[in-house]
Design a protein around this ligand. Sequence first.
Ligand SMILES: *Cc1c(COP(=O)(O)O)cnc(C)c1O
Length: 381
Amino acid sequence: MRRRRFETRAIHEGQDPDPATGSVIPPIYQTSTFAQSAPGEHKGYEYARTSNPTRTALETCLASLEEGQYGLAFASGMAAITAVAYLLSPGDHVVLPDDVYGGTYRLFVRVLERYGIASTFVDMTDLTRVEAALTPKTRMVLTETPTNPYLKVVDIAAISELARARDALVVVDNTFASPYFQRPLPLGADIVAHSTTKYLGGHSDVVGGAVVMNSKEIYETLKFHQNSAGAVPSPFDCWLVLRGVRTLGIRMERHAGNAMTVAEFLRGHRAVARVYYPGLPEHPGHQIARKQMSGFGGMVSFTVRGGAKAARAVASSTEVFILGESLGGVEALLDHPASMTHASLAGSPLQVDEGLIRLSVGIEHADDLVDDLKQALAQVK
Ligand SMILES: *Cc1c(COP(=O)(O)O)cnc(C)c1O
């Protein structure tokens, strides 16, 4: 049978009707343990930390959407990235982007460094810098694209080639694009990581994470760590993510359409100094984005003329956009990175512009989003 398309797999992969009852939706197997017919004889499930059928459904579906062989779900995006870090040993070195997600930065600098794992942060849009950062001890290149909050675009195929030549694993945090718009494994990555809290869950009602890979060896190592460390998602949380995933395609289309409308509006506004959106032709990463993404996503950042004071005024004045951290839900969210998501970078070389605002453009009506930004920007004198 021919391979089904993405939208069909999102609804059906791992989600056959329940064999016991015919339930069309995979049940929430809210159990900690499973009955055995004789010691060691069971239907593939023994204890729910090790595996649970609701989690299996989610892991199977996510693997398919990322075009990978194996998926593993975790209790959060950070738990998923921590599992990936378990592939490293003391003495190993990792290269990451200089505007990597703050939680990943904190994990590598404030936790893993103590265990003898060194990291270097570089601007990954500049391949010569990535190459210069690779050392004989580099075992992993962990990247994100588009990045947060400047939405820089990293060339996944080029980075994968550089890393492969040095025997380093390539990990791509695909949270911002979602597998609907970008699939790093066919581009050469070894592992894809996600915060399913964001677009995959899509409704701001669950925290979760996942990794997908093709290597059986890596899968078995990470599965062993998943069971050993135990940062597993609850059956209900898996069910919520799976429910979100079924509408991923149509949500992402609307997020991206609205984001383009918003970016074009902001670009023409006198109170806006600069707009960052990979879908705009003048964005420095636009050509690479066109090559490796099938859409430009729902995140838009911009700087307000007048710096911190003006940005704070705009951030406090929206009525549809909710001021809050996180992203990827159906509702529009607005973030002032310098004082919220990226506050921990203050005073460091990675500090973000205080005039910057980051939008997670929701799937409300685009005109309401534009009207809201228009009235909020009118606060900038
Ligand atoms: C939110 C996020 C994470 C962390 O995920 P949690 O689910 O909050 O633990 C990692 N990477 C990116 C790009 C994120 O946006």
